[in-house]
Design a protein around this ligand. Structure first.
Ligand SMILES: [Zn+2]
Length: 283
């Protein structure tokens, strides 16, 4: 059964806005309950299934999920529940899911599949509209654009990126009077929790698409030196891949398979240029 790690945004000593803290606790608790009813293996970092306050900062909340992995409990999902203040009143309504996309730490599965599923489920179950497409890049957040920092929950958990789908779900904007009125309705927390859980169930209920084994050669240049890049290191490894899956040979090299395309994606990241070559496919 999938392992689901949850936390209620700002239910830590880092604090946050009181309205948001009051909104996200009951949603997290309802989400945990619905997920357990589905048979998921659920742990909530923030005490009392999200109603209590974690005795540490937001980075320590995320570190707890990393510690669980070291102890052998590898979360398949780490989802933190938030509500947003964008200061735009009813012009800034809506729910969306934030996915990591800083350099090599990009989650294309949350970006393209699970994130939209969650946002659409929230929109369909409540009167909160979608914000934009329903997903937001970490790079487009205020923290990244204005403060030039990664979101702590993503940075701290980046080691889990291959196995764990990490996301922040903004259930609505409390800076919008319309969204706030909806989110303060008595049944909202349960509706939202059930909706997010439904999307997770659907995601994990999907049959494994096209699982195949590939052997890959990965060449890594630590520095990029213009045309005719010089490769300083060559690594080789094996990985089990789905279509569209995120691929990693080790902690350093990560890339994406372009679905339906025999070529490997080439991409630059903070560590250097990654070139991957498909050598063979085992039947
Ligand atoms: Zn928040």
């Amino acid at each position: 059964m999938p392992k689901i790690a949850l936390s209620a945004g700002h239910h830590s000593l880092t604090g946050g806005n009181r309205t948001e803290i009051e909104l996200v606790g009951p949603i997290t608790k309802a989400l945990a309950k619905h997920c357990r009813d589905q048979g998921f293996d659920v742990r909530v970092v923030t005490p009392e299934d999200g109603m209590g306050i974690f005795r540490g900062g937001l980075r320590q909340v995320a570190q707890t999920v990393v510690d669980w992995a070291h102890e052998g409990w590898n979360a398949d999902v780490f989802l933190e529940v938030h509500a947003e203040d964008n200061g735009r009143g009813d012009a800034g309504r809506g729910c969306f899911t934030i996915f990591p996309d800083a350099g090599s730490d990009t989650d294309a599965i949350v970006r393209d599949t699970l994130g939209p599923m969650i946002s659409h489920a929230l929109r369909n179950a409540t009167d909160i509209p979608l914000r934009g497409t329903g997903v937001l890049s970490e790079r487009k957040t205020h923290v990244f654009q204005d403060l030039h920092a990664r979101l702590g929950v993503f940075e701290v958990t980046s080691k889990l990126r291959v196995h764990c789908r990490r996301m922040i779900v903004e259930v609505g904007a409390y800076s919008s009077p319309k969204d706030l009125r909806i989110m303060q309705q008595e049944n909202f927390a349960d509706q939202a929790g059930q909706a997010i859980c439904g999307a997770l169930s659907e995601f994990f209920g999907q049959p494994e698409p096209d699982l195949r084994w590939y052997r890959v050669l990965v060449e890594v240049a630590r520095t990029r030196e213009g045309p005719g890049t010089q490769f300083r290191d060559a690594l080789q490894g094996e990985a089990r891949l789905h279509r569209d899956d995120v691929f990693a040979v080790d902690e350093v090299v990560i890339g994406e398979l372009i679905s339906g395309n025999p070529q490997w994606a080439h991409r630059a990241d903070q560590l250097g240029f990654v070139s991957m070559t498909l050598l063979e496919e085992d039947a």
